[in-house]
Write a protein that binds this ligand. Structure first.
Ligand code: UGA
Length: 438
């Protein structure tokens, strides 16, 4: 496929906007389509509706080349040879399963405009079996087109890097032609030596949920060990470091704390359980229920420590919460453990004030009743307790001596095991962390 070929990207959220800008940077003409005209207007001006390091600059740069455009008009995809479906698959309102409404409607919306030989490539995370049924749907609507699946593994905060230099490319295809088209699209990335994995449609879909389930399991494993450390008088940070030196285990994703959140891991493991049950394979993924439970328990454990440190009745206390997003370098507050804890303490009557470098507005939208502070100083002023819940770099740079002069009570709980405990203790703070008893 020549570099002047045209691609379309359907759905311009996190995944789609990143993919569109990155594909444009590889030299393709890219049409981004989204049903939300506000999002389209913003993206067309080179503005991102969310925060992702480096992406706004790349977006503006690519728009300026004239290769990258955004629209709400599906008929414009008629020019494209390859169509990437990047719409969301949120958890359904009435259960654990993924809501496939957007994927299905994306395929039917583009179908009338597909040219002969066009390839529709799903990137959204879907329950296994979805690609096959979408392919059948497409065969009815546009028999001259084909469908492949190409799961995405990008992490928020590293979206550009993960798209342009991924650690592998996985394609689910039913014929050589579809594989070749995708090899041509990704030629510059393959040239870097990126591993290429051809799979059938079902395996490609499963790779994605298996990867996220494994990552969730790693996090919940270390959080379970943190619970045992608390019960037995150990230190989870030392334990994690020690087991991580074994290359079979590896040290990454062994950061104990308040657990995983975001728009992917929690909903993906739940959707996996729901789908496995439909397939009669529920026993195989039954452990994910425990992974979910350990994860949610970590939030509760922080609240228990707060009650032990302050009092059962929290109404007289000001609690400063540092961090609202589900992880640093993102403004995403979906299923954020930090925000969940803040909300629960607020509901228990505490005077909770939340700071976050990027997530205040999205957090306020979700929980308008919470109090927010735009500076750490305002947040911690006269606080009885500080909760460090999202490990932004700027929180690690805080000077405990300076902060100590602002608070009422020098007491902090590190929910991410990311602060320098000795530094804070030396400055006279009572310092608690999950999974560290001494
Ligand atoms: C995750 C996967 O890492 C990506 O590979 C995948 O593409 C993406 O989901 C997706 O399905 O789209 P992301 O949601 O951006 O990416 O976040 P992660 O970096 O995986 O972190 C998830 C959560 O786990 C965060 O709340 C983080 O704070 C928490 N975490 C991570 C820990 O509690 N401990 C750790 O050691 C690592």
């Amino acid at each position: 496929m020549a570099m002047n070929s045209t691609l379309s990207v359907i759905g311009c959220g996190y995944l789609g906007a990143t993919h569109a800008a990155c594909m444009s940077s590889l030299g393709f003409s890219v049409i981004g389509v989204d049903t939300d005209p506000k999002k389209v207007a913003m993206l067309s001006r080179g503005e991102l509706p969310f925060y992702e390091p480096g992406l706004e600059a790349l977006l503006a740069q690519e728009i300026a080349t004239g290769r990258l455009t955004f629209t709400s008009d599906f008929s414009t995809v008629a020019d494209a040879d390859v169509h990437f479906v990047c719409v969301g698959t949120p958890q359904s309102k009435d259960g654990l399963a993924a809501d496939l409404t957007y994927v299905k409607s994306a395929v039917s919306a583009i179908a009338p405009f597909l040219k002969e030989g066009a390839l529709v490539v799903g990137k959204s995370t879907v329950p296994v079996g979805t690609a096959q049924s979408l392919r059948e749907q497409l065969m009815q609507l546009a028999p001259a087109a084909d469908l492949a699946w190409n799961p995405e593994f990008l992490r928020e905060g590293f979206a550009i890097e993960d798209t342009l230099t991924p650690n592998r490319l996985v394609v689910g295809v039913v014929n050589d032609r579809a594989e070749q088209i995708l090899k041509d699209v990704y030629a510059p990335i393959l040239a870097l030596g990126t591993p290429w994995i051809r799979a059938d449609l079902a395996t490609a879909e499963l790779v994605k949920v298996a990867a996220n389930s494994f990552l969730a399991t790693k996090i919940s494993f270390i959080n379970a060990m943190a619970e045992v450390c608390e019960a037995a008088g150990g230190d989870i940070t030392v334990l994690a470091k020690a087991i991580g030196y074994d290359p079979r285990i590896g040290s990454r994703f062994l950061q104990a704390g308040i657990g995983f959140g975001g728009g992917c891991l929690p909903k993906d493991i739940r959707a996996f359980m729901a789908r496995a049950e439909e397939l009669g394979a529920q026993q195989a993924v039954e452990f994910l229920r425990e992974i979910d439970a350990i994860n949610l328990r970590a939030r509760q454990r922080v609240i228990d420590v707060v009650r032990t440190d302050l009092s059962e009745d929290l109404t007289a206390y000001k609690i400063a919460v540092l961090g609202a997003t589900f992880k640093p370098d993102s403004d995403d507050v979906r299923d954020s453990p930090a925000l969940d804890i803040a909300m629960q303490l607020h509901a228990a009557g505490a005077n909770v004030v939340v700071h976050d470098p990027k997530g205040i507005e999205p957090a306020r939208k979700r929980f308008p009743d919470l109090n927010f502070a735009h500076s750490v100083t305002d947040c911690v002023k006269d606080a009885d307790l500080i909760l460090h819940l999202t490990e932004w770099k700027e929180y690690r740079a805080l000077d405990p001596l300076v902060i100590g002069n602002l608070v009422k009570n020098k007491m902090i709980i590190d929910g991410r095991n990311a602060l320098d405990r000795e530094l804070w203790r030396d400055a006279g703070w009572k310092f608690h962390a999950l999974g560290r008893t001494n």
